[in-house]
Design a protein around this ligand. Structure first.
Ligand SMILES: C[S@@+](CC[C@H](N)C(=O)[O-])C[C@H]1O[C@@H](n2cnc3c(N)ncnc32)[C@H](O)[C@@H]1O
Length: 300
């Protein structure tokens, strides 16, 4: 397995926030990761028996929150590897694993999954990916999923989770900002269709098309209300997100002149006592056929 920790420069990428070193973005990412893991009922809540996994890969691991939580929840997993294109994220995640004394099982490696996953064939029991829509364009999925198939062992699981990026909410300003975001995501190629389901509607099909079997899906609706911890996290995340994402929006769509006023309005509306919002997540997963006819070597 090649490591690249001698590289200090961030690689240019299509991730929709360019400056990830910024403390505000790091704070937002931490809030988001925890919010989603909690909202999903845990790290692998829909899997019938997560204790069968021994080697786990997390693609686009960001701060390492999901992988570290997985390592702590399932001590029987002997190897957990997180890969990310961002050196800064990989270093941050590795420091978290060391601080939590699980770095003997948990490794983070800088790698661009769109080039290749630098692992042997048939290596992992579970390949996990959450929220790749932030950098993956519609045309990138086939190559990436072929790589997932290659590194997953026969009978192993490929698991994808994405959000619809559209919330139902009492806040008209938040709705408006999400509409602008959806337009930009579609024009940038990240969404397959212009509507809010621009990626989640495609996950099961993509898995089928790339050879996964027994494909299943599970949808969760996260609820956020004023006066709750979840509501507070959601508010903080949205407040930061619609500031950080502005360069991406400007690049791909026409941003209204009063964008900042709309954002301020959103902040006010989200602090109202009767504020609520719901947000959908979809997890799709399938297994790699045990009758893999390719000539690839098996690594046991
Ligand atoms: C939204 S974040 C992922 C969130 C994380 N998986 C979670 O569950 O909280 C997307 C991640 O993909 C990473 N990434 C990996 N490969 C990339 C590539 N080729 N281009 C851009 N970003 C990439 C980004 O650096 C970023 O950390």
């Amino acid at each position: 397995m090649a490591t690249h920790d001698n590289q200090h420069r961030e690689h240019p990428s299509t991730y929709f926030v360019q400056d990830r070193s910024n403390q505000e973005e790091l704070a937002r990412l931490q809030i988001l990761g925890q919010m989603f893991t909690t909202g999903m009922g845990g790290v692998l809540s829909e899997q019938p028996d997560p204790t069968i996994f021994r080697r786990v890969l997390d693609v686009g691991c960001l701060t390492g929150e999901w992988l570290i939580q997985t390592a702590k929840t399932y001590p029987g997993i002997s190897l957990l590897v997180g890969v990310d294109i961002s050196n800064k994220m990989v270093k941050y995640a590795q420091a978290q694993a060391e601080a939590q004394q699980i770095s003997d099982r948990v490794q983070f490696v800088q790698m661009d999954p769109l080039r290749m996953l630098e692992f042997p064939h048939n290596y992992f029991d579970l390949v996990n990916q959450r929220f790749a829509v932030s950098y993956l364009r519609a045309w990138d999925w086939p190559k990436l999923l072929s790589e997932f198939q290659r590194v997953t062992r026969r009978g192993g699981v490929i698991r994808l989770t994405e959000t619809n990026f559209m919330v139902e909410t009492t806040s008209p300003a938040l709705t408006r900002l999400h509409q602008i975001l959806l337009q930009a995501l579609y024009r940038a190629g990240n969404h397959f269709t212009p509507d809010g389901d621009g990626v989640i509607s495609q996950l099961a099909r993509l898995l089928h098309q790339h050879g996964a079997q027994n494909v299943q899906t599970h949808t969760r609706t996260l609820q956020f209300r004023s006066g709750t911890i979840e509501g507070q996290h959601f508010y903080e995340e949205k407040k930061l997100f619609f500031r950080t994402i502005l360069p991406f929006l400007r690049k791909w769509t026409r941003v209204p002149d009063d964008y900042e006023m709309i954002r301020q309005q959103m902040v006010v509306e989200m602090q109202q006592p009767d504020f609520w919002a719901t947000w959908n997540l979809l997890t799709a997963w399938g297994t790699k056929s045990i009758r893999d006819s390719s000539q690839t070597p098996v690594c046991d």
